[in-house]
Each structure stands twice: as structure tokens, then as C-alpha cells.
Ligand binder design. Structure first.
Ligand SMILES: [Zn+2]
Length: 88
């Protein structure tokens, strides 16, 4: 009996080591900090405070969540400020 159902098994990490990761922006944390995900192996990266790309560890995920919250509240305050100054 022939085994005809055999498919070439591509292991994503091998693809990435051959062709490199294919990162897409998965989340915008702030204007400068973004999270990236490789669409082949799902490896995640983030931008650190120096602007370098580093691996997105649970610790950095937590930092990014805090950053995102600070950024959001700052943007909200900025909007309110410009609204108030347009009245005065
Ligand atoms: Zn990859």
C-alpha cells in the first residue's frame, strides 16, 4: 500500500531560519513602541526604550500594558486641554 497522504512538513522555525522572520505590527503601544509578531512562527518582538527590537517576554508585555495605559490617559488629557484652550 502506497502512502499518498504524506505532505511536506514545514516547520515554521526552519522557514524563518532560512528566509528570516516576517514580522507584522500586532499592536501599537505608543508612538514609538510597537509589538511585532512573525506570521510564520508567531515569535513576538517589541521595541524597548532605546528603540531596539527585543524579544517580547511576559515582563515586557506587562511593561507595554502599563505604557499603553499611561499613553492613553496622556492623550485623553491632551485632548481635553486643547478643547479647553479653544473655549478660552
Ligand atoms: Zn519567524
Amino acid at each position: 500500500m502506497k502512502n499518498s497522504t504524506r505532505k511536506p512538513a514545514f516547520i515554521p522555525s526552519i522557514y524563518c531560519s532560512l528566509f528570516g522572520h516576517d514580522y507584522e505590527i500586532s499592536k501599537k503601544v505608543t508612538k514609538h513602541v510597537k509589538e511585532y509578531t512573525c506570521c510564520h512562527c508567531k515569535k513576538e518582538l517589541t521595541t524597548n526604550s532605546n528603540g531596539n527590537l527585543i524579544e517580547l517576554t511576559p515582563k515586557f508585555k506587562e511593561i507595554n500594558n502599563i505604557l499603553e495605559r499611561i499613553h492613553e490617559s496622556r492623550m485623553r488629557r491632551l485632548k481635553r486641554k486643547s478643547f479647553a484652550s479653544s473655549i478660552c
